[in-house]
Design a protein. Sequence first.
Length: 226
Amino acid sequence: MHKTNLPRRAVIAGLAASALAAPHAARAAGLGGLTGLLAQASDATLDKLAQPGAFFNDKAIRILLPLVGGGLGKSLGSVLEFGDKLGLTSHITRSLNDAAGLAAKEAKPVFRSAIDGLSLADVPGIVSQNDGASRYLRQSAGQTLQTRLRPLIDTALGQVGAFNQLDALSRQSSLLGLAGLNHDRLGASVTEQAMNGIFKYLGDEETRLRANPLGAAGNLLKGVFR
């Protein structure tokens, strides 16, 4: 029976290819575990924050009216204190938080898109911290997420009447206009504060999922984060 001898170079090349394939497959599995973990944590986070009163009831993430420093800030504080006595500022603060909750409810596709954009190169650098994936997502896609969240916030601020309430306060005093507290600044401030709250909860949720190796996340991360 005739035996075919493969050239030694071809055999070595085949072995090298096999050796390289294993780490690549492992990294691919790591990416799948990473995106799966983040998707699960993101959905759970946004579901929590979409509940009525979620932002307002947690002082750690409660959204407040933006203020300015210096003497004008003190004067503006007096106006807001006066507005609070009239029931205007407490009402608008609640509205800001309600708007953030409405935006969180609509933000799942925005976060999923950013999560899907992670690559194999992202896996090794973020496995050492319990909230490493959330931290990396904010570093790599935070600005994009904030830009895409802004229209959702602006729409929600209109829906809950926050812009109308701001206009009512502005009619009480010109100081709000002098301080630059207008629709645009309010929308930008609420978006930034909402992002801070979302990522705080997202990091907490990631930590919780990683700490439960018997849960759904444990299967996603087997051999990747442990």
